[in-house]
Ligand binder design. Sequence first.
Ligand code: NAD
Ligand code: IPM
Ligand code: MN
Length: 358
Amino acid sequence: MYKIAVLPGDGIGVEIVPEALKVLQAIALRFGYEFEFNEALIGGAAYDAVGHPLPAETLDTCRNSDAVLLGAIGGPKWDKLPVQLRPEVGALLPLRKELGLFANLRPSVLFPGLVHASTLKEEVIDGVDIMVIRELTGGLYFGEKKREQTSDGGQKATDILSYSTFEIERIVRFAYEVARKRGKKLCSVDKANVLESSRLWRETVNKLARDYPDVETSHMYVDNCSMQLIRNPRQFDVIVTENMFGDILTDEASMLTGSIGMLPSASIGGEVGLYEPSHGSAPDIAGQKKANPLATILSAAMMLRYSFDLEEEARLIEQAVRTVMEEGYRTPDLMEEGKTLLNTEEIGDLVAAKIRIL
Ligand code: NAD
Ligand code: IPM
Ligand code: MN
């Protein structure tokens, strides 16, 4: 039996998480496992219910589980709260930190059926398969932050970006190990022409490169990388980068797959892995059954792979998604002429049905 903490959160989080549970349930039935789902509050929903976006009970539930499945958090309703009570800073970042999840894997894979769904040209994106590894518990997100008054009556705001050798080595080694099992190419992305933290990052990568002679190492500045991802994404295999660069580059890389609604993520490195789509709570479409649940469903597949070592089952979920896409069923974010428009639940039902018959 596997115990899974389920944190739907806010906005479309409550619509997409049940679809992933449906798919996990189909896996459980087919392979004879039992998944115990323990739902807990997080984000704005938790703040509204109990006055804090990350209640102690939620953290306990996560710690006492084998893995965590999260929908999304945040939204305009909670944007004006004091920063420590905001879902992003008050819940998601501490959850990642508390669980020690320093490695965030965001695979950008184009499913063949979606080659015309992206705003980018087929010849550019066909065959894209990139793994972005984002450092998740350091950098700007976790550095000191302050606000001061200035003598001219204005204010000064500061966010510190720092990385230690230990933190860099840990994520870069992790990325090398992943690259070794894939296309054996690692591109480290930084801003070493300007930032001291990036210079230490680059030096550290160069030192570790000697331990991985079988992996081709390259470096790229983040501004160039954001351009290269659109110009020729197939040049990349594994990208490793610091927290904020990884956040931005992965939203960009999501369009190589057709939609941000296709980009899953796994956050690992601690005792309990956290699996969530890379996108947010999408307030603009929340409550309308328009959300694409596939990023969350594919995150559940990553849970099976990375937390439970159930590779065959993970692949079956990915195959089910691929088949549904090839058959032309779409949520609005992926819609093109000649395809069939479905809502969030209908897509989830179809994927679960494929799990039973494939
Ligand atoms: P967002 O990712 O929520 O939405 C960006 C755009 O992508 C919107 O147009 C949205 O409709 C669309 N989109 C996102 N997910 C989709 C899906 N599954 N299917 C179809 N369309 C989808 O980013 P945002 O609008 O900048 O942020 C909204 C809120 O979400 C903010 O409060 C932000 O802080 C929060 N956020 C949370 C997470 C998280 O929980 N991990 C991640 C990013 C943003
Ligand atoms: C993500 C989100 C979060 C991040 C926010 C909501 C804190 O954008 O998971 O990509 O920046 O890590
Ligand atoms: Mn993001």
